[in-house]
Design a protein around this ligand. Sequence first.
Ligand code: AP5
Ligand code: ZN
Length: 216
Amino acid sequence: MRALLMGLPGAGKGTQAERIVKRYGVPHIATGDMFRRAVELGTPLGLEAKRYMDQGLLVPDEVTIGIVRERLLEPDAARGFLLDGFPRTIPQAEALEALLAELGRPLEAVLYIAVPRDDLVERLTGRRICPKCGAIYHVKFRPPRVEGICDICGTPLKQRDDDREEVVVKRLEVNAAQLEPLLAFYREKGLLYEVDGTPPVDEVTQAIFEILDRVK
Ligand code: AP5
Ligand code: ZN
């Protein structure tokens, strides 16, 4: 399966990606996760990415395209992949298309998880993540069994640096501005599937599996 997940910040890409990659056995390639890892490690890429992420801005296309290209050339991506959070601009989408054409492995589906903007601020400001295993929670919609502690590995949960309200508003604005042209790009190619992201997580997962079972 070669697919990508699109949606505004907080739409549920990371939450659904965990489940999709488990079912279809493909690597999860999430540019946001790759940048956060680089920030933690303090690499030159991390230092550069942090300047943009902390302000809710997009990391420049050349940088982002470069890391995705390298990742897609790794051997495990030959069996398929789920891209999450990439592409986010038309130049990124064009670069991806060119690379996949070169590799002879075109995209099979683009899933757009649609959630009204008004719901997203609450989702993002209430999100908590496990710094150890990456599990995603929400104080109201997906609380852990013990408050503030990861169900899976027992680690104390934390808030992402860019989930502070002032950064959230900027992220939504920046991403919304890029969204329509990208949806049009994939709609024109007949690859776009829209999924309603407002029902509970399990229902959204079900709708996604139904689509991917048909196209894979
Ligand atoms: P990235 O990490 O990709 O962040 P994002 O796009 O802002 O998306 P999020 O991870 O915030 O949200 P999500 O859709 O994964 O939602 P989640 O499942 O966690 O990018 C971070 C930054 O990196 C960017 O701002 C940018 O600077 C940079 N970057 C990354 N990619 C880039 C690119 N291609 N180009 C340039 N720069 C790039 O869910 C959110 C919350 O809602 C959770 O608490 C969850 O529990 C809850 N939730 C999920 N589903 C439901 C549901 N159905 N009902 C109720 N609650 C739900
Ligand atoms: Zn954990």
